[in-house]
Structures are given as structure tokens and as C-alpha cells.
Design a protein around this ligand. Structure first.
Ligand code: UD1
Length: 403
């Protein structure tokens, strides 16, 4: 069997790493080998957004890099489809495995289905209900097309059922990102905060405050267009951080390239970098982020992945969004996260509540570090089932039949 898996942007890397390790383990212990090809679309290309994760998580270098880079959504998706179609025609895999909800996930699942190749979506069934999010469009299309939908929690399986997805396509496998967290947390927790901060200072940036100890800092990441693309949304959040949060805690903020650009466009950069008790960092590698998260008093973020990691680590998490595709991480489901949108009064209120709260880790069902093995097993099970049905045969086999 030949599996081709796809990554494109930063949040994909921690999901594909354990899947590749599961294939390698399978090949070590079985006579029948799985052939694996890794394709990187190149949506994220900076070392800090991509290469670092490959090195840290022992992901083999991609066999093929499509070199798509930045652009509008249509440019990224369109270019990826054009290049990926060529790859499929030459590689002829039995399965294309896509993860998450980035533009690569959408582009490659559509292209694969048009080539009659089976698609497996890892992290299927998440729904924010907010069609204005590009990721929601990506999730809906990918799930509609996928032959095998591997869900991280039962709420996601339920979403798929409600949309009419056939039961035999849905498999609840747990959260694959937690495999990566569990593999690496001991190593990450041994790291020094001092060292992390000094290694990740942006060029030319002067540290204006002492490096804080565990539980004496807030950690923030912000990159969603809905938070950073409009000055009237971005600036009040910045004022709250600069004027209020820094009275209690040091704010450690690894800045996404999009956000760094906007900070300058809005003329806020100088004021922010000159504030005491704000530490700006370059985008962090996996270990650095995991270490800082495990010692943070509170997390402020609009990232879905961090919401999940906070759940396992027990870090109180203010999610700067009005909705989430990951309700299992919310307080009402026993998690550590609360939706605060981008309204400063709401952020302030929940921030105060979070400061008064103890760290309380929880572990949703099957977030146990073994999801990648279940993902691979699900693909093997389905492959066996479809083995003699021509409408599910990979194009390579069909072509041979036609000749
Ligand atoms: C993408 C994903 C989002 C994910 C996020 C994590 C989609 C629709 N969005 O959003 O789901 O949460 O990644 O980071 O796929 N840039 C660089 N260097 C890079 C990559 C990007 O400077 O290596 C710049 C680009 O020029 C662009 C901006 O960052 O201006 C945004 O990049 P883009 O890939 O368009 O989307 P993200 O906001 O990163």
C-alpha cells in the first residue's frame, strides 16, 4: 500500500509527526511494508514556521515540496491544486492523508478525489459554525469528500452524523496532537525559561524586563485575521495588555509574521516594544512553546491547537474568539478554556477569574498518546474492506484495468 500525506502550515507538523512514526513502527514489525510519501505544500516556508518543527519532531524531510508560499486564499489553494495534481499523477498513491484545516488540507483533498484516490482526514468533524473562517470552509469541503473521517472526540463524530456522513466512514480515534505532546513533554519541561527567551529574541530587540519564573507570566499568541487585521479590534486588545495585564504579570508574546506586519502597519510597534514587562519573541519551536505553556499562569490565544494543549496541561486559557470548533476544550465540557472574543470587558472579566484559578489538567477520552496507531489501523481496516470494490480502487489500479 502507498500512502501520501500532506502538510502545509505550522499546525500540521505536530499532527503528521506521530502518523509517520506509526508507519515506521508498522514497517519495522510487519513483512508487508507501507510505502510513504510526504508532500509539503510550502504554505509556511520560514525556518521558524516550518523547518524547526521537522527537526524537533524528527519528521523526515518532505519528499516533495510544492513551494506554494504566501498569497490570497485562492492563489494558495489554486497553485497547490495545480502542483499537487502533477504529484498524484506520478506517485499514484492508494491513499492521500490530510490533517487539520489549512489551505493544503482543502486543496489536496479536492485534487485527490478528482483523481479517484481515497482520502483520509485526520481531525475530522470539527465545526465552529462560523463560515467566515477560512478554516471552516476547509473543514466542510474536506469532510464532505473524505472516504475516512478520523475524529478527535465524540462531539466531532456527532457533527458528521448530523451532516449525513455514513457511519462506516467515521472512526473516533482521539487527538493525534496529544501523541506529540506526550512524546515530548518530559524533555520540554526540563528546559530553562531564561534560555528560551534569550534564544528567541527578535533581531535588534532589547529585553526590557527580567525573565519571569513559572506562574509569573501570561503567554499570548494572536494571528487570526479577525483579531489582527482591523486596527479597531487589535488596538484595544493591545491597550488592555499594556495597561492592565502587565500590572500583574509579565507578558510573553511570540509574534506570528502576520501579526508583526499588522503591528507596524497600525503604528503600534514602537509603543509595544518599549513597554516594560512585555517580552516579544520570534515564533517559537515546539519544545519552547510547550515549556512556556506548562509554566504560564494564563494563556491568551486564538489558536485551536494551544486550546487543546492547555486542556492537557491545565493552563487557564482565554480563547480570543467568539466560537470554537473545539468545544471539548471549554469549561462547560470540563476543559481549561473560555471564549472571550475580542471584547475587552469580557477579556478583563475572564482574565481576573483565570488568575484566581488553580491549574487543573484534564484528559478527554482517547487523548492518550496512541491516536496515531489507531489512525493507521483505521486506514488498514478500510483498505481491506474496499479491496475488491472497483469504485474505491485507487486510480493506479483502475488505469491498469483500463489498459
Ligand atoms: C495559517 C492557517 C491557519 C493556522 C495558521 C498557523 C489557512 C487558511 N490558515 O494561517 O489555520 O492557524 O496558519 O500559523 O491555511 N508568512 C511568513 N512566513 C511563513 C508563512 C507565512 O512570513 O513561513 C506570512 C505570509 O506572508 C502571510 C502571513 O504570514 O502574510 C499569513 O500566512 P498564511 O499562510 O497566509 O496564513 P496564516 O495566518 O499563517
Amino acid at each position: 500500500m502507498k500512502i501520501l500525506s500532506v502538510v502545509g502550515a505550522r499546525p500540521n507538523f505536530m499532527k503528521i509527526a506521530p502518523f509517520i512514526h506509526a508507519i515506521n513502527n508498522f514497517n519495522r514489525t510487519n513483512n508487508e511494508k507501507i510505502e510513504h510519501v510526504l508532500v509539503h505544500t510550502g504554505q509556511h516556508y520560514d525556518d521558524r514556521m516550518s523547518k524547526t518543527f521537522f527537526e524537533e519532531l524528527s519528521i523526515p524531510e518532505a519528499d516533495i515540496n510544492l513551494g506554494i508560499g504566501s498569497g490570497t486564499h485562492a492563489e494558495q489553494v489554486g497553485q497547490t491544486m495545480i502542483e499537487f495534481e502533477k504529484v498524484l499523477k506520478s506517485e499514484k498513491p492508494d491513499w492521500v492523508v490530510v490533517v487539520g484545516d489549512v489551505n493544503a488540507t482543502l486543496a489536496c483533498s479536492v485534487t485527490a478525489k478528482k483523481e479517484w484516490i481515497k482520502v483520509c482526514h485526520i481531525e475530522a468533524g470539527l465545526r465552529s459554525g462560523d463560515i467566515k473562517m477560512p478554516e471552516e470552509v476547509n473543514r466542510l469541503v474536506t469532510d464532505r469528500l473524505s472516504d475516512l473521517l478520523l475524529t478527535p472526540d465524540r462531539l466531532s463524530s456527532e457533527n458528521l452524523r448530523k451532516e449525513g456522513t455514513a457511519e462506516d466512514r467515521i472512526v473516533f480515534v482521539g487527538n493525534i496532537m496529544i501523541d506529540t505532546l506526550e512524546t515530548n513533554r518530559v524533555k520540554a519541561e526540563a528546559m530553562s525559561i531564561q534560555d528560551i527567551i534569550h534564544r528567541n529574541l527578535p533581531a535588534g530587540y532589547q529585553l526590557k524586563t527580567a525573565v519571569p519564573a513559572d506562574e509569573n507570566y501570561a503567554l499570548m499568541t494572536l494571528h487570526r485575521p479577525s483579531n489582527v487585521d482591523l486596527k479597531e479590534v487589535f488596538e484595544p486588545i493591545m491597550r488592555f495588555l499594556m495597561d492592565e495585564v502587565t500590572k500583574d504579570l509579565t507578558l510573553i508574546w511570540p509574534v506570528h509574521p502576520r501579526t508583526m506586519k499588522q503591528m507596524r502597519v497600525f503604528g503600534l510597534y514602537d509603543e509595544i516594544v518599549n513597554r516594560l514587562r512585555i517580552i516579544l519573541l520570534e515564533p517559537l519551536g515546539y519544545f519552547d512553546m510547550l515549556r512556556l505553556n506548562s509554566g504560564a499562569r494564563v494563556m491568551l490565544t486564538d489558536s485551536g491547537g494551544l486550546q487543546e494543549e492547555c486542556t492537557i496541561l491545565g493552563t487557564s486559557c482565554l480563547t480570543l474568539r467568539w466560537n470554537t470548533e473545539r468545544p471539548i476544550t471549554l469549561k462547560e465540557h470540563g476543559g481549561a478554556s473560555v471564549l472571550v472574543g475580542n471584547n475587552v470587558e469580557r477579556i478583563r472579566e475572564e482574565y481576573r477569574t483565570a488568575l484566581a484559578k488553580e491549574r487543573t489538567p484534564i484528559r478527554p477520552q482517547l487523548w492518550d498518546g496512541h491516536t496515531s496507531e489507531r489512525c493507521l489501523q483505521a486506514i488498514l481496516n478500510v483498505s481491506e474492506k474496499f479491496a475488491d470494490k472497483s469504485d474505491h480502487l485507487p486510480i493506479s489500479v483502475l488505469e491498469r484495468q483500463l489498459i
